[in-house]
Design a protein around this ligand. Sequence first.
Ligand code: EPU
Length: 427
Amino acid sequence: MKESLEIEGLKGEQTLMGEIPVYGSKNAALIAFPMTLLFKGPVQIINVPEIEDVHRIIELMKSLGISVEQTKKHEYRVEVSETTSHTLDSSVVGKIRASVFLAIPLLARFGEVVLPHPGGDNIGPRPIDLFIEGLEKMGATCDTQKDHYHIQTPSGKLKGAEIFLKIQSVGATQSLMLAAVLAEGTTVIKNAAMEPEIVSIAEYLVANGADIKGIGTTTLTIKGTGLLESKQPYRVIPDRLEAGTFLILGVLSGKDITITDCDPSHIEVLTDVLKRNTTSEITIKKDTIRVENKEPLKVQPINIRTHEYPGFASDLQPPLVVLLTQAGGKSLVFETIFEERFSYTGNLVQMGAKIVTYDPHRVRVHGKTPLKGSVVSSPDIRAGLAYVLAAIVAEGTSVIHNVYCIDRGYEQIEERLRALGVTIQRT
Ligand code: EPU
C-alpha cells in the first residue's frame, strides 16, 4: 500500500510538549530472532518492536518451518525444529539485509544454507565478504552463483578459528559470534564491533550457557558449547537510534519533552554534542532524557564524523544534518561507514537547506536556513525520519511519500509524535 505522511510544520518554533516512549531496538530484534537457532527448546523474546523489518524476518523464519508465535503484542515465542529448511526465500531476502544474520546460525546448526543475494536500504553497497571469509576460516565452503550463495560445512560442523575483521562490522561480528557458539573449539573474533545490540545478545547467551569472553571489547573469544537452553526471556534493549532521533527532535522543536523507556548510556556521544553546541537543556536520568528550550534555540556549527560505537552512529547522521541546517554557520559532516548515505540531502535542499556535497562521504551544511514544507519521498529508514524532523521544523505542509521505509524501523510513529503536539496524519 502506498501511504504518505502529511505534516504541518512549526515554522522553526519550539512548542512540542509531553512524553515520547522509545520502543525495542530494531537492530537488536533483528539478531535476537536468528539467535534462537542456538537453542534446543523455545525462546521467548519480549519488547519486540512491531515494525516491518521484524515482521519480515519472522516471515522468513516461518517460511523455513520455524515456529514463531506471537504470544501478545511485542512478545514472541520461537522454537526451531530439526526439520528446518536450509533455503532462504529470495522474495524476502531481497528486502532485508538482516536475512544474512539468519543464514549464519542456520549454517552453524544444520551444516548447509542457500542464501539469495541480500537486500536492504539504499545507503550504498552492502557486501557480505566478511561473513563469507569468516565462515571459510571456520571450515565452510561457499559456492557463489549468479543469484545465490550455497554454503556448506563439509563435516557438518563449523570449527573454531581466529578471525580478524578488516572492517569493524556489526553484522559480521554478531553473526560469526552466533556461529562460534555452535562451532567445535574456540573462535577469536578480532576488531569486533562493540554496539550495545551485540553486547546485549552476548550477555543473554552467556546467561544461558554460552562461553563468550571480551563482551563489549574488540576481541571476542567464544568457546563452542553446542545448543543452549533458554532459562529466561530475551528482552530487546531500547532503540538507541529512536532515542537519539527523538532527542534531536526535542532540541529542534521541543519546549519541554521527555523521552522515556530509553538507555541514555547508549547515546552519550550525541548528548555530549548537543549539550556542548545547543542552548537546549538536557537532563539525563537512568532511563529518561528531558529536553527543554527555555529560550529560542541556538545551535553552533558542528564538525562530526560518523564512527563505529561508541562513536557517532551513522544512523543518527541524517537527523543531525537536519539540526545543522538550523546552526549559525558552517558544519562539516563526514560519513565514514556507508558510501551513499547522503542521497537524502537533495530533498533537504529542496526544502531550503544549503548543503554542499564534496564527495560521497562529506557534506558541508550552511546554516541557518529556514525550511519550507515540501513533497519528498523517503529513501531509507533513517533518512525517512530525518524528513519527518525537517517537516516539523519547516513552515507549511510537507508530504512524505514511501512511508513503508519509515514503518520498517519505527512503530506507530505518527501516534507518538501526535502526543507531543505534532500535526501529522497518514494519507
Ligand atoms: N561491510 C563490508 N563487508 C561485509 C560487511 C560489511 O564491506 O561483509 C561494510 C559495509 O558495507 C559498511 C561497513 O562494513 O560499509 C559497516 O557495515 P556493518 O556490517 O557494520 O553494518 P550492518 O551490520 O550491515 C548494521 C545496522 C545498520 C547500521 C550499521 C552500522 C542492522 C540490521 N543494521 O548494519 O542499521 O547502520 O550496522 O552501525 O543491524 C538501520 O538501522 O537503518 C541500519 C542501516
